[in-house]
Design a protein around this ligand. Structure first.
Ligand SMILES: [Zn+2]
Length: 235
């Protein structure tokens, strides 16, 4: 009988993660902006990068070939570690993003709650499949680094997508702005940068490659104009 390593491993990962989250000055500062009603989606993206980096660091510390049976990441281990931890990242970041959305809605006189995007189970599954595809875990350990950060950033993007779709379907014309992290953006990211107005919003603007630090933002637009429109819409 091989002892089940998962309960203790998961507990250590979650304990370490929670303690680092609590200590992060960056996260605290962004939480403060939420309390002050001044948070932006750019900050939500920074928040996601920080939460994703913390989880990636914790994975690096705790998950190595020499703690895994046969040095291999078995599917049932990967599933029981990654589903709860990645889902937690999604929940934390989506909640914050929905708060940002709600404040932006309010800023233009829109009494709509921020909608939280559902967790993308397919993406978690795909990370599990990639991490279990190699015989030696250490050869694929990198998948628990940048792709974890990317997954967490996507929770912000998907929250914007949900809210933009909802508002669009409700008869509003929300705008989305995608901006590159100018310094070393790739050609694809440069081609995706711009301002998009519903319904002309290509699905690709919510996508990002590993190490992509582009920002996607909901644009509250011309507040006055939208205010007038909202009043009509409410009647
Ligand atoms: Zn990019």
């Amino acid at each position: 009988m091989v002892a089940d390593i998962v309960p203790e491993l998961l507990e250590n990962i979650q304990r370490d993660f929670n303690s680092k989250i609590k200590k992060s000055a960056k996260l605290k500062a962004i939480q403060k902006s939420i309390e002050n009603g001044t948070a932006t989606y750019v900050q939500a993206n920074e928040y996601a990068i920080e939460v994703g980096s913390i989880l990636a660091d914790v994975f690096k510390t705790h998950i190595k070939s020499d703690v895994l049976p046969d040095g291999y990441m078995y599917y049932n281990i990967a599933e029981r570690i990654l589903v709860p931890t990645l889902t937690e990242n999604h929940v934390i970041v989506t909640k914050l993003s929905a708060d940002v959305q709600e404040q932006l809605n309010k800023s233009i006189g829109l009494g709509l709650k921020g909608i939280e995007a559902p967790v993308n189970k397919h993406r978690i599954e795909s990370i599990i499949n990639r991490i279990t595809a190699e015989e030696v875990f250490d050869d694929v350990a990198w998948i628990l680094q940048e792709p974890v950060i990317n997954f967490t950033q996507t929770s912000v993007d998907e929250t914007i997508k949900e809210n933009v779709s909802f508002q669009g379907e409700s008869g509003l014309s929300p705008k989305i702005i995608r901006t590159t992290d100018a310094s070393d953006a790739c050609d694809w990211c440069k081609s995706m940068a711009g301002i998009y107005k519903y319904p002309n919003v290509p699905d690709d603007i919510y996508k990002r490659h590993d190490r992509c630090r582009c920002t996607v933002e909901y644009d509250p637009g011309d507040a006055r104009k939208q205010n007038i429109w909202t009043k009509e819409w409410r009647e």
